[in-house]
Design a protein around this ligand. Structure first.
Ligand code: SF4
Ligand code: SF4
Length: 363
């Protein structure tokens, strides 16, 4: 028998995050009917809307279905009561980072604009301390060479270590997430282990099949694909750049194939992010955008643009090159190191939830 434990505080937080009039839902089920991703058996999002209206946190956190939703907005478009179920599911995903991420205070810091100054000060101070320890906390003389300002050994080792700590904590959070997902699928078994299952499930993510099923908002698939592949290409180029630094082949020349690949990736990211930003600005009636959405889009855009600008600054020997480089490192921190605590964390949580749903045969 299902034990019902309403949590009024949780419901208030959900209303604040989603801006949705939860009590207006009349349980007509239109949202589940129009959703092309909802399975026939126990479809979403109607059942989530009941739990949301009652504030049943235990049913909503650790619920794979809220991650099977790809926020196309079809359900919000057709909801006769204007309840915006797409925004409710999006808010639940954002609340999941705060619920599972450890330490949770960082996830809270990244979810409200009032904490933005603190979120900025944190990387600025730590990067300044690393530079001071390296003995390079000053603008170097001569032509621009970023390794004179932030020696590669210090940059690679400190950023790798901090990223590993952040992602190590994310693994711990995901273990708790999987434990809760098992409540929905008590007989869950991974054929060959969870990592193999994640590899199998990542195929649908790689070709974005689920985005293609949305009817109202089809264009999102192309914007998302550009950002997805642009970002992954940039990661590949970054790994090569670290290797080049270790083998003393850095900086890369303008016509180096990896440099060209990096510029192509930046172009894809700028176009994809531009499409997403325009869509969010003109499509406010279909899908609501909150601080977490904008924080991710803006920090990814600033990371990409600052990466391009510091490249020009190096070739052009700009006087402001090192200041721009410092700003770029803060952007790297926001996107990569803060990843498990921001909306970007959906890359982990969605993959895990889709893998669990696939393993449980939920199609
Ligand atoms: S959210 Fe809207 S469409 Fe869905 S059950 Fe409630 S009233 Fe109906
Ligand atoms: S936003 Fe789209 S995918 Fe998500 S529940 Fe609504 S209709 Fe389904």
């Amino acid at each position: 028998m299902l034990e019902i434990n309403p949590d009024i505080q949780f419901k208030k937080e959900l209303i604040k995050t989603s801006q949705a009039p939860l009590s207006k839902c009349m349980q007509c089920g239109t949202c589940s009917v129009v959703c092309s991703l909802a399975p026939d058996d126990k479809p979403f999002p109607r059942k989530e809307m009941i739990w949301a209206a009652w504030g049943i946190r235990d049913q909503l956190m650790g619920n794979a279905d809220i991650w099977l939703c790809h926020q196309c907005g079809d359900c919000s478009t057709y909801c006769p009561r204007g309840v915006k179920p797409a925004d409710v599911l999006s808010a639940l995903r954002q609340m999941s980072y705060r619920y599972y991420a450890r330490p949770s205070c960082i996830a809270r810091m990244m979810s409200e604009v009032k904490w933005l100054p603190l979120a900025l000060i944190f990387p600025v101070v730590i990067i300044a301390v690393i530079l001071a320890l390296a003995g390079t906390l000053k603008i170097p003389d001569g032509s621009v060479n970023y390794s004179k300002f932030f020696p590669h050994a210090w940059l690679n080792s400190s950023f790798t270590l901090i990223t590993l700590i952040s992602y190590g904590l994310a693994v711990y959070s995901l273990k708790n997430f999987i434990k809760d997902l098992r409540r929905q699928f008590p007989d869950l078994k991974f054929k060959g282990g969870i990592l193999l299952q994640m590899l199998r499930s990542s195929r649908t993510i790689a070709i974005h099949t689920k985005f293609g099923s949305c009817s109202v908002n089809r264009f999102r698939k192309w914007a998302h694909l550009l950002v997805f592949y642009g970002f992954n290409l940039l990661l590949l180029v970054t790994v090569y750049a670290i290797y080049a630094a270790l083998t003393h082949r850095y900086p890369l020349g303008f016509f180096n194939p990896f440099k060209i690949l990096g510029n192509l990736a930046a172009f894809m990211l700028v176009i994809g992010l531009g499409m997403m930003i325009v869509k969010r600005l003109v499509g406010r009636k279909t899908v609501n955008s909150n601080y977490s959405d904008w924080l991710l889009l803006i920090s990814l855009l600033l990371l990409t643009l600052s990466g391009v600008v510091i490249e020009w600054a190096r070739f052009g020997n700009w006087g402001s090159a090192y200041h721009l480089y410092f700003f770029h490192l803060v952007c790297v921190w926001f996107v990569i190191i803060y990843l498990p605590y921001t909306k970007f964390g959906h890359t982990f949580y969605r993959l895990v939830a889709i893998s669990v749903a696939d393993a449980a045969g939920r199609k």
